[in-house]
Write a protein that binds this ligand. Structure first.
Ligand code: PRX
Length: 659
């Protein structure tokens, strides 16, 4: 999105103040802002005490003396699984449904808080039996099934660390994550259901573990859930069936408290270099902010609401708002295994009707794909249970916002557009329903207790009406605590941009933003070499290095091109090695390389197009001018080429690929 398009949207001036009836019952109250403004740390301490069970209460809120390495609630002890499970059962809510699970083929399963607690206790005992202890890492590579949630909670219950890898990632990607975190155990399934068929997972684990990386393998066991019933290979001694093993352990397990800075999970995300970053989150601060935001941003009434976040547990949205937020709040959730359009385009709406979903949280890419098939699809279902809608992952264009409200929200449901990141752990910028007057397309304001500024390159706050860089100027409870194994990269990537302008480290989010005259934020997309495809972050460098790992490729440049369905799409420009240039047609090379990226990273990174070119446009200092390639990818006239070493290179590319 260009700054101009944002500008013109703002002039529409549509506002949707909350209805009186919503205001009268809203969970969030305006005094949250007042309290947080008066005493930010006191505000978070109060939220943490009120929302969580502490085995040992904390006395200290924030230790920022080793900034940017933060410690929140550090002398307190808690157990995340106890907060998500046992305490609800002890409070008499054991019969409340925790998870309404729906498999893609139409099978379903309901787990109450008592049942889920029992399953997690058993799984925790199994982990202990397999030699997993405090501080060990466990890789989880599962479909969106209850066992994914059970596995995550079992790991954290015993003070171990999970690293969930999205099932769409390839064997290569899985292996690099296993190695980086030195995972001792991999929990996977034979396969899971996706788009009407079984998509194999265990074979990818086998492939990952068989890769010769020249280093000893950290994995001792592979625990396999039976789900897809697909044929799989078996390594005796290493591989174990979940259903066999779980029978061998007891059902009692007492949750003990762990210090609040105990690592909870590692989640890998893309950055500006080819190597994914293992983002570290810890327990006390993370659970505080996730629980608070889940309750207040989604106006949650756990006794009544049925909440559904469509994100896969393999992404941060799945961690924070499919698993930890809802369970910590004692909510009833829906968990769905498959894709939105399988076996029919109304599948998600059918699920909303079936479970009476009242709060629905999804990504703009899904909303746009529903707009494309037309409102007759959702109109065929009873969506009257919906009372609040959420959006996350990328800017939601006002047209999609209006459609979402009109068609899914019956023209009345408030929409919360939530800005946050893997690194922030929880929502940072959003309207609060019942308080904020909504503005389609704007993520609006920082939540209470969160300090956001839009800064220019030198760190000076921009005037209302101007654009700049989104920065977080004060530490927040669910902030990342580091990059696994790489503290320098953590400091350099997130805390160095405004080093000279402030006395204390300021976090640079990598996003451009614009502040309007009312002080509302409009997100403008990434300002670094990271693109956003279907709400998922991909790094240009990572895809480029996947491409050049193929023997026929000499050089490559990847850009994110605007795409109606996915927000941005991966478009690759590739120079072939001269000795291979004639080996196949341009079309064949393109098919080959798209497949290669899928193998190396996963289908999410597969380029929409691969353009074979003779040379890449470079400046005299050798820097690839991606801006010009983006012009070609988006079918525009080519911009200023005067700084190119050889302007004819760009002319050749443009002539060949002009739309
Ligand atoms: O560019 C922003 C975009 O997604 C990035 C974070 O990606 P990830 O860590 O994968 O987490 C996605 C889900 C939290 C951000 O830097 N982004 C996320 N939410 C929004 C958004 N852009 C605009 N509006 C949003 N609501």
């Amino acid at each position: 999105m260009s700054a101009n398009s944002i500008d013109s949207l703002q002039h529409e001036g549509r506002h949707f103040p909350p209805s009186d009836s919503f205001v009268s019952t809203a969970v969030a109250s305006p005094d949250l802002y007042d309290q947080a403004n008066r005493d930010r740390l006191g505000f978070w301490a109060d939220r943490s005490r009120e929302l969580l069970h502490w085995h040992t209460p904390f006395t200290e809120v924030l230790d920022w003396s080793d900034a940017p390495f933060a410690r929140w609630f550090a002398d307190g002890e808690l157990n995340v699984a106890y907060n998500c499970l046992d305490r609800h059962v002890l409070a008499g809510n054991g019969d409340r449904v925790a998870i309404n699970w729906e498999g893609e083929p139409g099978d379903s399963r309901t787990l109450t808080y008592s049942e889920l607690t029992a399953e997690v206790k058993r799984a925790a005992n199994l982990l202990i039996k397999l030699g997993i202890g405090t501080g060990d890492t466990v890789a989880i590579y599962l479909p969106n099934v209850p066992e994914a949630v059970i596995a995550m909670l079992a790991v954290v219950r015993i003070g171990a660390i999970h690293s969930v890898v999205f099932g769409g990632f390839s064997a290569e990607s899985l292996r690099s994550r296993i190695d980086d975190a030195q995972a001792k155990l991999v929990i996977t399934a034979d396969g899971g259901w996706r788009k009407g068929k079984v998509s194999p997972l265990k074979p990818a684990v086998d492939g990952a573990l068989a890769l010769d990386k020249g280093t000893p393998l950290s994995v001792e066991h592979v625990l396999v859930l039976k789900r897809g019933d697909n044929d799989i290979d078996w390594v005796e001694g290493r591989d174990l069936w979940w259903h066999d093993e779980i029978e061998t352990v007891g059902s009692e397990h007492e949750a003990v408290g762990f210090p609040a800075e105990t690592p909870l999970f590692i989640l890998y995300t893309s950055g500006t270099t080819g190597k994914p970053k293992g983002i570290i989150h810890t327990t006390g601060g993370y659970l505080t902010q996730v629980t608070f935001t889940h309750k207040n941003v989604f106006d949650l009434n756990p006794e009544k609401d049925v909440y559904w976040c469509s994100a896969d547990v393999g992404w941060i949205t799945g961690h924070s708002y499919t698993v930890y937020g809802p369970l910590s709040n004692g909510a009833t959730s829906v968990l769905y295994e498959g894709t939105p359009d399988s076996p029919h385009p109304g599948r998600w709406f059918e699920i909303i009707e079936k479970y009476g979903v009242s709060i629905f949280y999804t990504a703009p890419t899904a909303i746009r794909s529903f707009m494309k098939v037309g409102r007759q699809v959702p109109d065929a279902f009873d969506l009257s249970s919906i009372r609040l809608l959420g959006s996350v992952g990328e800017p939601i264009n006002p047209e999609a916002w209006m459609w979402y409200r009109e068609v899914v929200g019956a023209g009345t449901a408030p929409i919360v557009d939530t800005w946050w990141q893997t690194e922030t752990g929880a929502i940072m910028v959003s309207a609060l329903p019942g308080i904020t007057s909504l503005k389609p397309g704007s993520a609006q304001v920082a939540l209470p207790g969160i300090s956001i500024s839009v800064l220019d390159e030198t760190g000076v706050a921009v005037e209302p009406g101007s654009g700049g860089l989104l920065a977080i100027t004060e530490p927040w409870p669910s902030m990342l605590r580091g990059i696994w194994g790489d503290p320098e990269r953590f400091v350099e990537t997130y805390w160095s941009k405004f080093r000279d302008a402030f006395d204390t480290p300021v976090y640079f989010a990598g996003d451009g933003a614009r502040l309007d005259a009312d002080g509302d934020l409009w997100l403008l997309g990434r300002v670094d070499d990271v693109m956003n495809v279907s709400g998922h972050r991909l790094s240009t460098a990572e895809i480029e290095s996947a491409l050049v790992s193929h023997p026929i490729v000499a050089e490559s440049a990847v850009v994110g091109a605007a795409d109606e369905a996915t927000g941005q799409a991966v478009v690759a420009f590739v120079v072939l090695r001269s000795e291979h240039a004639g080996d196949q047609t341009v079309d064949e090379a393109s098919v080959l390389l798209r497949g290669h990226v899928t193998e190396q990273i996963g289908a999410i990174a597969r380029p929409r197009q691969v353009f074979i070119v003779e040379e890449l446009p470079k400046t005299r200092s050798g820097k690839i001018m991606r801006r010009l390639l983006q012009d070609v990818a988006e079918g525009r006239a080519i911009g200023d080429t005067t700084t190119l070493a050889d302007a004819s290179v760009m002319q050749l590319i443009a002539d060949r690929y002009k739309k």
